[in-house]
Design a protein around this ligand. Structure first.
Ligand code: ACM
Ligand code: ZN
Length: 585
């Protein structure tokens, strides 16, 4: 790979792109001179050149004919430009594969294959813009970069400005966490973009956030907004923790007993009347709602990865299907554990997975498998028999047996199992993905051992990536939080590729994930407040090239100042950094 990490601005255009470059003059306009283009995440290579390209409602977004995914990328860009300009910008197919005067051309023709699945090149001249990438996903990300090169109005949010998603705000309790995320930004007549040449590709393929409606139910409209905001940060996976002890939130047609309550939609009057009811009530998503979410996310190149917890955190399942439990008393501290001894458990769980796979086309299906206590299993007749029959020496091995059966089942269906790092305890199936959240010595040893066997890993350590945790030591100024303190700086300085795994094979770490567990969440604006700006840090950790030494927090912080104007325009609630977040100059 020839792409190398370079400073943000004033880079020399690499020789291979030099032919495309107009005369080099950094910081074409006064405002850019002050701040630079302040892209988040930072691209691999960027050269700002003299001149400007002006986008108006008359500017066409053209895409090369014949690729439906390219049409999705173009439609998305055109729809955001329409919001910014307050008038319809048209996306249209074209036979052209090279710059079209006055237009934005999005194409895969003649792209540099080394840019991979999601990389792109973006060339803005005063006479037109070309976004070229080997795959439509890369073209989409080139479009996001173009939006960031433009003034912040380019981030005006469809959800809040136009009500297009039908989303309604929760009643906002007091600040600061619950400032309603309403965009006050008005449309502008034109968007002036500096001429630039950018070449960019992500460091990691899995760039994710996790959201937890099992603990705090989010409406489908809120999930859609959340997905939209991920896309604006070049994040490409939303893991949804649909089930836990507290709730089961997915309709399963074969087992209606799993979802005894009516589905809550955005228009539910109870929700607006009574927040307490809202938080305590059990709710679920219909399969049709979820399919609409998947389709919405797909247009933004975001994959929804469902997490259906098993064999632990499964009270939600056991309430509806008690025949999946052990023969012992299920009211004790070990409630929430499925019985891996009974064959009925596998039958029911597989039937459930069949419906999940129907709704979610994701290659990756998360089964949780964390924090299993296993003590009931020692007493259960079915579990004891299973261990004897299968020659399993411990309940830990029984856990491994359960996970491997699930991995086999998913594999048979053409999918790949993902689980929390406990799946490594008694050996995960080759090809599965372990999501590493623990940092104790035992877990580290298991991860190291698994890496030696070629195990793929996503890094989500609670020490850096749990964004429901406090984000400031000034707790008196924060909404009630949980866990440790993960400041913006800490989130930014996270390095997902540990040296010991890098020595084995750096490609084993396929990505990074930030988690927004739901227990302490009060409202959707609160969720956003916990997410941003730490997700801005995470998106850069996940996308931008590995730093030569440490990440430059001060430089990121300067860019973030500009990026906040984009978040304001999008109506994305976020925590304003305070004195403790400021870089020490
Ligand atoms: C977890 O925090 N138990 C994944
Ligand atoms: Zn059992």
């Amino acid at each position: 790979m020839t792409i190398r990490n370079r400073p943000l601005c004033c880079t020399v255009v690499p020789a291979m792109l030099a032919g495309l470059a107009v005369s080099l003059a950094c910081f074409a306009s006064a405002s850019l001179a002050a701040e630079g283009p302040a892209l988040v995440p930072r691209p691999v290579e960027i050269a700002i050149e003299s001149g400007e390209f002006t986008i108006t409602p008359a500017t066409k977004v053209l895409y090369t004919k014949g690729d439906a995914r390219l049409a999705d990328a173009a439609d998305y860009l055109a729809s955001r430009l329409s919001l910014a300009l307050g008038e319809q910008v048209t996306a249209a197919p074209t036979g052209a594969t090279d710059a079209v005067p006055g237009a934005i051309l999005m194409t895969t023709a003649g792209a540099d294959r080394t840019l991979g699945e999601e990389g792109y090149s973006l060339v803005v001249t005063d006479n037109g813009t070309v976004i070229r990438a080997p795959k439509a996903a890369g073209v989409f990300y080139g479009g996001i970069t173009l939006l960031q090169l433009a003034p912040p109005e380019a981030f005006r949010s469809p959800a809040m400005v136009e009500g297009k998603l039908g989303g309604r705000q929760t009643i906002p309790p007091p600040r600061p966490a619950d400032e309603p995320n309403v965009s006050k930004t008005l449309p502008v007549e034109k968007l002036v973009v500096p001429c630039a040449t950018i070449r960019d590709k992500p460091r990691f393929a899995w760039r994710a956030l996790l959201i937890d409606p099992a603990r705090h139910f989010w409406t489908i409209d809120e999930l859609k907004q959340y997905v939209d905001y991920l896309a604006l940060h070049k994040l490409n996976v939303l893991q949804i923790h649909f089930t836990d002890d507290s709730n089961w939130t997915v309709e399963v047609r074969r087992y209606p007993s799993l979802t005894p309550q009516k589905a809550l939609n955005a228009a539910d009057p109870e929700r607006e009347k009574n927040q307490t009811y809202y938080r305590l009530a059990r709710h679920y998503y219909t399969q049709d709602e979820l399919k609409s979410l998947v389709a919405f996310a797909r247009k933004r190149f975001v994959t929804i990865v469902p997490e259906i917890e098993m064999p632990s955190h499964a009270d939600g399942l056991l309430r509806g299907c008690p025949e999946c439990g052990c023969t012992v008393d299920l009211t004790g501290p070990d409630r929430g554990e499925l019985c891996p001894g009974r064959e009925a458990t596998y039958e029911i769980v597989q039937n459930i997975l069949d419906e999940i796979l129907e709704v979610f086309p994701s290659q990756y299906i998360h089964i949780g498998a964390d924090e299993s206590m296993k003590t009931n299993w020692k007493k259960c007749d079915h579990c004891r028999k299973r261990m004897k029959d299968e020659g399993l020496k411990s309940v830990a091995e029984l856990h491994g047996y359960f996970v491997r059966r699930m991995a086999d089942y998913l594999k048979k269906k053409g999918r790949t199992l993902v689980g929390w790092d406990e799946i490594l305890e008694s050996g995960a199936k080759p090809g599965s993905i372990a999501m590493c959240y623990r940092l104790n010595r035992k877990a580290q040893e298991q991860i190291q051992k698994a890496a030696a066997n070629g195990q793929l890993l996503v890094m989500a350590p609670f020490t850096h990536c749990y964004f429901d945790y406090w984000q400031s030591p000034e707790k008196q100024n924060e909404p009630k939080g949980v866990g440790r303190i993960i400041t913006l700086r800490r989130a930014y300085e996270f390095e997902p590729l540990p040296d010991d795994i890098k020595r084995v094979n750096p490609d084993l770490v396929v990505g990074v994930e930030g988690a927004l567990w739901g227990e302490a969440m009060k409202s959707f604006p609160h969720l956003l407040y916990q997410t941003y700006p730490r997700a801005c840090a995470l998106c850069e950790v996940a996308w931008s090239p590995e730093p030569d030494q440490r990440r430059d927090y001060a430089e990121f912080f300067r860019r973030l100042r500009t990026h906040f104007k984009r978040l304001d325009a999008a109506g994305i609630n976020y925590r304003e950094p305070t004195e403790i977040d400021k870089p020490k100059e």
